[in-house]
Write a protein that binds this ligand. Structure first.
Ligand SMILES: *[C@@H]1O[C@H](CO)[C@@H](O)[C@H](O)[C@H]1NC(C)=O
Ligand SMILES: *[C@@H]1O[C@H](CO)[C@@H](O)[C@H](O)[C@H]1NC(C)=O
Ligand SMILES: *[C@@H]1O[C@H](CO)[C@@H](O)[C@H](O)[C@H]1NC(C)=O
Ligand SMILES: *[C@@H]1O[C@H](CO)[C@@H](O)[C@H](O)[C@H]1NC(C)=O
Length: 319
């Protein structure tokens, strides 16, 4: 009698601890390594990282919010019906959460980063420009590939490093669309997936498509440059060159890294403003509020010189 009672009590207490730690996934396991607190939260944030001591993405951004942000993606006129889902996003993010993706800083910082990342994804995959109702912000994740490519995006200058595979076409695919043989080749190397021979994987596997996008988000293009992730979590301190080129920390600089002169340094152009609009709209939908995004000067890149001007790169390559 007595033992049974104690057992029941212990079981109840155990269950309580587990359910307080997290309702639907794993408890937070904590230990100290060299005086630093590191944690493990099961599959979503695994591997004893200090970032895993913070909230995981699915603890502040849930299925319903994803559905809200990308509400029209499965509408009959959309072009990737049934492809994109919340689970693929969280599964892909689990690789990068122990490295700080969506897990750096306090909850506000975390949500700003996810809103910014998804704003890029939404604006680059929207089909809401022009004809359909609701405007571009309602139509993120409408595409998973470029519909009518005008070329095969095979650059022969890379024939030794990333030679185009017979029959492969390197038009835009994915959540932050990838173009050109050298970009598919480079990303494939990094992700250990043969994207050079199988660029189509990015339009067949939503988890891989999100993984490639998050990799681009957290990886600096060049040594000494910030990644968009670095910029959003406050890891980037501009150099004098940056300041002279009007590059300041904020959402605007993430556009500069991802699109360069295609979008930035051209004044108040529509292309840029639509991306900003996505960000502010998503912040509202996520309940963060657009006022958390900061003043217009950090949101825009209208006056910024590109981090990586394409003309300069070509000049220096030939000189
Ligand atoms: C969250 O962190 C940011 C950046 O460090 C800081 O500016 C902000 O005040 C913090 N917010 C809260 C609610 O602590
Ligand atoms: C975890 O969150 C706390 C407070 O919310 C923050 O101060 C800390 O910097 C975060 N940890 C990491 C590694 O970013
Ligand atoms: C899709 O991509 C993910 C992430 O790279 C991988 O783990 C998974 O096995 C892939 N699924 C299929 C069906 O190939
Ligand atoms: C700063 O800009 C100048 C002129 O554009 C360039 O020559 C120099 O290499 C840059 N310095 C760094 C550290 O990027």
């Amino acid at each position: 009698m007595e033992t049974k009672h104690v057992c029941l009590l212990v079981l109840t207490v155990l269950c309580l601890i587990v359910s307080i730690a997290d309702a639907d996934t794993s408890p937070v396991l904590v230990k100290k390594v060299k005086g630093k607190k590191v944690c493990d939260q099961g599959w979503e944030c695994k591997g004893w990282s200090e970032y895993c001591c913070n909230l995981t993405i699915s603890q502040y951004f849930d299925y319903y919010q994803f559905e809200n942000l990308f509400s029209k993606r499965n509408a009959p006129v959309a072009h990737a019906v049934g492809f994109w889902d919340f689970k693929s996003f969280i599964t892909a993010s689990a690789i990068y959460q122990p490295l700080g993706f969506g897990t750096t800083g306090n909850k506000t910082t975390q949500m700003l980063e996810i809103a910014a990342f998804l704003a890029h994804v939404g604006s680059q995959t929207s089909c809401g420009y022009g004809v359909v109702t609701g405007g571009p912000t309602a139509w993120g994740l409408c595409y998973n590939k470029e519909m009518s490519p005008m070329q095969d995006y095979c650059d022969d200058n890379y024939k030794y490093t990333y030679p185009c595979a017979p029959g492969a076409l390197y038009f835009g695919r994915g959540a932050l669309p990838v173009f050109w043989n050298y970009n598919y080749g480079y990303l494939g190397d990094c992700l250990k997936v043969d994207l050079l021979h199988h660029p189509e994987y990015l339009e067949q596997n939503a988890t891989l498509a999100f993984q490639a996008a998050i990799f681009q988000w957290i990886t600096p293009l060049k040594k000494g440059q910030p990644s968009p992730h670095d910029i959003m979590v406050g890891n980037w301190k501009p150099t004098k060159n940056d300041t002279d080129s009007k590059r300041i920390p904020g959402f605007g600089a993430t556009m500069n890294i991802l699109y360069g002169e295609r979008t930035c340094g051209k004044g108040d152009v529509d292309d840029m403003n639509t991306i900003i609009t996505h960000y502010l709209y998503y912040l509202d939908l996520m309940g963060v509020g657009r006022e958390q995004a900061g003043p217009h000067e950090v949101l825009t890149c209208a006056e910024q010189k590109p981090f990586n001007p394409s003309t300069v790169t070509k000049d220096s390559a030939s000189s």
